[in-house]
Each structure stands twice: as C-alpha cells, then as structure tokens.
Design a protein around this ligand. Structure first.
Ligand SMILES: C[S@@+](CC[C@H](N)C(=O)[O-])C[C@H]1O[C@@H](n2cnc3c(N)ncnc32)[C@H](O)[C@@H]1O
Length: 218
C-alpha cells in the first residue's frame, strides 16, 4: 500500500498517485530523497511537474513535507509528494509513473544496489519508469571517508572504467542504457540542492561520479 508523509503524519492510501500524475507534464522521482529538500525546491521552481521523493526513512521527510503541505503563498508545493518505501519494494501505484528518476548520493542498500547493479534496485527503477525515462545518478565513496561501509558491503573501487566495464553491462541486461559519465567537482555537486550534495560539496575534495542513462521500462 502507498504510504505518504504529510507533515508529521504517515498516511496510508487516500491518494491516487496515478490520477494526480495525469495532471502534470512530467513526473520526477527522487529515490533515496533523504530530507526531501531537492524535491521541495524543484517542485516550487517547476509547478507544472510532479516531484515524488521516496525514502525508507519516513521521519527525515517530515520537515520538507510540512513545508510542502502549506498553501502555495506560504511556501507550499502541492506538486511535492513524499512516499515511504524502499527502492527494492516500490508501491504498485508507482509502476510506470516516472519520466525521470534521480538517485543522489545514496548510502546503504540503495548505494550497494546502484554500484553492483543489483536486480532488486535496478528492477525497482525500471518498474517505476515510463519507457524512455531518464536516469541520473550521483555517487561517491572512498577509503579515506567510508572505510566501514566499503568493507561491510564489499564495495569495489570506483572509477569511470568500473562504470564502463562492469556497471554498464549489468544495467544493459535490465533495460537501462548508461550513457554520459563524468567525475564532477565539489562546486558542481553543490549546485544540486540536496542536503548531502551541499554537505559534501562544501567539504573536502572527493571524486563524485555523475552518470546518466535511459530506462527502457518494463
Ligand atoms: C546520504 S542520504 C542522501 C539523501 C539525499 N538524496 C541527499 O542528497 O541529501 C541517503 C538516503 O538513502 C536512503 N536509502 C538507503 N537505502 C535505501 C533504499 N533501499 N530505499 C530507499 N531509500 C534508501 C537513506 O534512508 C538516506 O535517506
């Protein structure tokens, strides 16, 4: 069932996401949205598009959801929706809904699935996408900062070569064509107004990988 964060509450059902989506030109999904700042800011800037933030941690989305449910004149954004779900188990209501999917600086099982091209995570992405939807990924980790996570999840060393030779074929097998890939600077990263893009963007220099793709859909 669809679980939606509305301010400090988590509501089950009561929202027809598909019906809502039909009223907007595009639907943009931010998977692993964290505090949902990105969704809120983008929704305010682009009132003609629907922004759906998804995260398994409901509480983190409450602050920006509380802003979004206000009247537009008081900073609200009726086109920002926060869904409590894990990427591996997206609600059926989200199937085939997204024109674009962002995954920005994931950690935990979302990071592992993105890096290792797991069927669970990529299958979830492919299911949520409309045929031909865009995918945009940002990820980073290094032995200097994330030694524990690298060891626990047996994460490989990151490089453009790893993306090309290992991730690209795995994604291709699940109907996602990875294309443009680059390492971006801290300045470029912080242009994306997410909590972690700003936090890392204003921190020490690190390699942040930015990868785009096209999702064939299922
Ligand atoms: C470092 S935060 C980044 C949040 C946000 N995108 C940003 O840039 O500020 C990573 C987020 O991924 C979420 N996450 C991790 N695994 C997940 C999964 N399997 N499904 C959904 N969200 C997940 C965490 O709850 C956390 O909020």
């Amino acid at each position: 069932m669809l679980r939606i964060v509305r301010g400090k509450k988590i509501e089950g059902g009561g929202l027809d996401l598909r019906e809502m989506a039909s009223g907007y030109s595009s639907v943009i999904v931010d998977l692993g949205t964290g505090d949902g700042r990105f969704v809120y800011k983008m929704a305010r800037e682009q009132p003609g598009n629907l922004f759906i933030g998804v995260d398994s941690a409901a509480e983190n989305m409450m602050e920006y959801s509380a802003k979004a449910i206000k009247k537009a004149a008081r900073g609200g954004a009726a086109n920002a929706v926060y869904v409590v779900a894990s990427a591996e188990d997206l609600p059926a209501e989200m199937s085939g809904i997204a024109d674009k999917i962002f995954v920005i600086l994931p950690w935990g099982s979302l990071l592992e699935g993105i890096i290792k091209g797991s069927k669970e995570i990529l299958g979830g992405i492919a299911r949520a996408a409309r045929p031909g939807a865009d995918l945009e990924l940002f990820f980073t980790y290094s032995h200097l900062h994330e030694e524990g996570e690298i060891g626990r999840r047996e994460l490989p060393g990151l490089s453009l070569e790893y993306i090309e030779s290992t991730m690209t074929p795995l994604y291709r097998d699940l109907g996602i064509a990875l294309g443009q890939k680059e390492i971006i600077t801290n300045e470029e990263l912080r242009k994306y107004e997410t909590h972690w893009a700003r936090k890392l963007g204003f921190g020490k220099n690190r390699d942040v990988f930015h990868v785009k793709g096209i999702i064939a859909g299922q």
